[in-house]
Design a protein around this ligand. Structure first.
Ligand code: CP
Ligand code: NVA
Length: 316
């Protein structure tokens, strides 16, 4: 048996489709376990021995795919990847049938989808956990890695402020929801018409009211960046929205993260991006290549945070 020095608390929810499927306590536990796994990966090398993940991806991926596959292997299990870029989940056969095949063979289904409904369909019919590996609405595994990256730099996250400058997309939604769970204030700045979903903002604000986090929506990126310990951005055009690329370039032109914006943040603030990044659009080459840039730490931490999540989800 492996010697694990950190407790693996089981997660109460059967599935992780949205950030709030984890309670604030569970969210913190993922980060703490993620730190422990990062410190001593060998201690956890047999925790998921003989456990297997099915991975269904409707969109391209570098980080998410390889970190889940590698993570399962490093924990003693394995993963099987199914490319759904050609035929979407539910096209060749209904998602409910796919779920009831896969749950006979696998211990967890990890899916990247266009629609949140596809994930919910899989989850409704699957007897094993379903994990959101990015949907059009949320990217909870990314947010766990992002806050792990901040947690490595700050013992206590509660009361800190993160600025998210850019599109109100899946990543923005998860940065707000997981931030709210952890007591982190999130200043979200976007051009008019590109706000996050009102329902998600309301949910993050309601959660924030219980943890002390302020989730604020504004149009001025400079106001958002002021005093922030992390300045976060993502592409202006997410996967699936390519037809809007040109009009988005115009709408977001004043929302680039550059050295002037970084100068308004806290003295040791980090630049954050989920990647892939488009240099010269949402971020300057100078900022993403600067000492302040934490983007490769975030990418590395996908591995550690997801290993922690998988152990907690499959524990017991
Ligand atoms: N950040 C992220 O999810 O990257 P991939 O799309 O490469 O998985
Ligand atoms: N918002 C981006 C994130 C990619 C990791 C997208 O959905 O394309």
């Amino acid at each position: 048996m492996s010697q694990t020095h950190a407790e693996i608390h089981p997660i109460a929810s059967n599935h992780v489709l949205i950030d709030t499927d984890l309670t604030p306590d569970e969210t913190r536990q993922v980060l703490e376990l993620g730190l422990a796994v990062k410190r001593s990966p060998k201690d956890f090398g047999a925790v998921l021995r003989g456990r297997y993940a099915a991975m269904l991806f409707e969109k391209p991926s570098l980080r998410t795919r390889v970190t889940f596959e590698l993570g399962m292997k490093q924990l003693g299990g394995d993963a099987v990847f199914q490319d759904h870029k050609g035929d979407r989940i539910g096209e060749r056969e209904p998602a409910r049938d796919m779920a009831r095949n896969l749950d006979r063979w696998f211990d967890v289904i990890i899916a990247r989808t266009y629609s949140q409904d596809t994930l919910e369909d899989l989850a409704e019919w699957s007897s094993v956990p379903v994990v959101n590996a990015l949907s059009g609405m949320y990217h909870p595994c990314q947010a766990l890695a992002d806050y792990l990256t901040l947690r490595e730099r700050h013992e206590d996250l509660a009361g800190l402020t993160v600025a998210y400058v850019g599109d109100g997309n899946n990543v923005a939604h998860s940065v707000m929801l997981t931030g709210a769970a952890l007591g982190v204030n999130v200043n979200f700045a976007c051009p008019e018409g590109y706000e996050a979903e009102a329902e998600v903002i309301a949910r993050a604000q309601a959660l924030g009211a219980t943890t002390g986090a302020m989730i604020q929506v504004m149009n001025d990126p400079r106001a958002a960046a002021e005093g922030a310990v992390g300045v976060y951005t993502d592409v202006w055009t997410s996967m699936g929205w390519e037809r809007e690329t040109q009009e988005r370039r115009i709408a977001f032109a004043q929302y680039q993260v550059n050295s002037d914006l970084m100068a308004l943040a806290a003295p040791n603030a980090i630049f954050m991006h989920c990647l892939p990044a488009l240099r010269g659009e949402e971020v300057t080459d100078q900022v993403i290549e600067s000492e302040q840039s934490a983007v490769f730490d975030q990418a590395e931490n996908r591995l550690h945070a997801q290993k922690a999540l998988l152990m907690m989800l499959l524990a017991g």
